[in-house]
Write a protein that binds this ligand. Sequence first.
Ligand code: ADP
Length: 476
Amino acid sequence: MPSTPKQSGTGNENEKGVKSNDFLQTIAPEALAENLYKKNIELLTRNKTLSLLRELYEISILTLSPEELAERISNIVRIELGFELVGILMLTRDSSTLIPLALSQSEKVKNTLSKLSCSLEELKIPLSSEIFFTQVIHAGKEKITNNLDEVWKGLINPKKIQKIAEEDHIKTTLVFPLKVENKILGIIFLALNRSYEELSSFEKESVASFINVIALALEKASLYQELKIANEQLRELDLQKDELLGIIAHQLATPISSVRWNLEMMMDGDMGKLSKEQKESIKSLQGITENLSDLVSMILDVSRIQLGRMKVDPQELDLDQFFKEILEVITPKAKEKKIKFNIELPKKFPKAVLDKRYTHMTIENLLSNAVKYTPQGGMIDFEVKIKDRVIFCSVKDTGIGIPKQEQDKIFGKMYRATNVRNTVDGNGFGLYVAKGAIEAQEGKIWFKSIEGKGTTFFVELPLKKVFRKEDKLNKA
Ligand code: ADP
């Protein structure tokens, strides 16, 4: 309503001679009241929009599954904005069909739909059909109508539609596409008991402003869900791969040991006298099969750890003999590289109960790594101490070290540091299995290292613990 300018002799001063707002003075009281009322409504709507947006934002952060998110969004939008029915329909993965993800109905609508045995949850709308909802998808633009029949034609029996319109006084239906960067995810529809014309421009603005937020939240939730599924599939594939690896390694183990056995017989002359050249060649074949056999048992161990099937076999060990065997292999390797190899062992070893194969493999791996990653002329200190029935070993080298930023990955399956990948041969199984083997015996393995200066590995193992064979071990 246009306001009538107020006639005033004093211009911008009121009766008390106090200066007042020109604008207020020129507006009649009724118009002023109406203006204030409108501003109030506008403020209220803006406030409501802001608090709704904040709530939507919070929900989108907290809620992770698309179904849960859609349900909470449709409920909150319906209740806060006083709608009768709010629904979110999403396109299927192949974009062929629209199906409901969430529906929120007022009690009134719920009762009417149930009386009419009309269930919207089961809707399946092929995109090929030319109905109100699919037209919104095809056009990528919202559609608004005061005709309920137009919206639900082809989906609900016309008589039932009429009944819903009458009983629930649904006058307007707004359908918006849910779009993220031009990709249409689905639609949201809002049904209210007022006609569109009755909505203030702020209410219309308010509705439009949260549609994008909803689309983004749903996109985020479905991406998160896809990521979660992909991760689970990857984990499953990784397990299958380990299972397969285990089977292959198992199949290889028998022929390899048969080759080793035959080579040994030949070497012993059981198959006739050998020439010097023949002996040399068999010796080199023995070295190759030895490595192959180590690799196969390492792969078997990796797959056992991964599948949680690693079992320790504790047995009484003569530690003196145990270390002697290891040092017989390592000392010549260190000598070959002109590495000074300092060994400090206890004068007398107590009786020990340990898994021989795993402990042997661990200590030998640490020592052979020290030789492998220490340049010619370096130094290795190997120390073994026993205190309170705990054996403590350290292997210190003056080698290339492990880069600081990679140190937390070094016990990972097949992990090899970047400073060795293209220069020194290896497969990255050793430390992974060593960690599994030591922890399975309730021990600890750790290291400290400075790149370019050297590395020290430490192992601590309780000696007395007796394990049952069927102990199920933790996954590393
Ligand atoms: P591999 O030696 O076959 O690569 P390991 O599992 O035994 O596998 O070791 C994993 C990685 O840890 C190695 O590739 C190397 O990067 C690092 N590493 C292990 N021991 C040492 C060491 N003594 N000095 C430097 N790097 C080491």
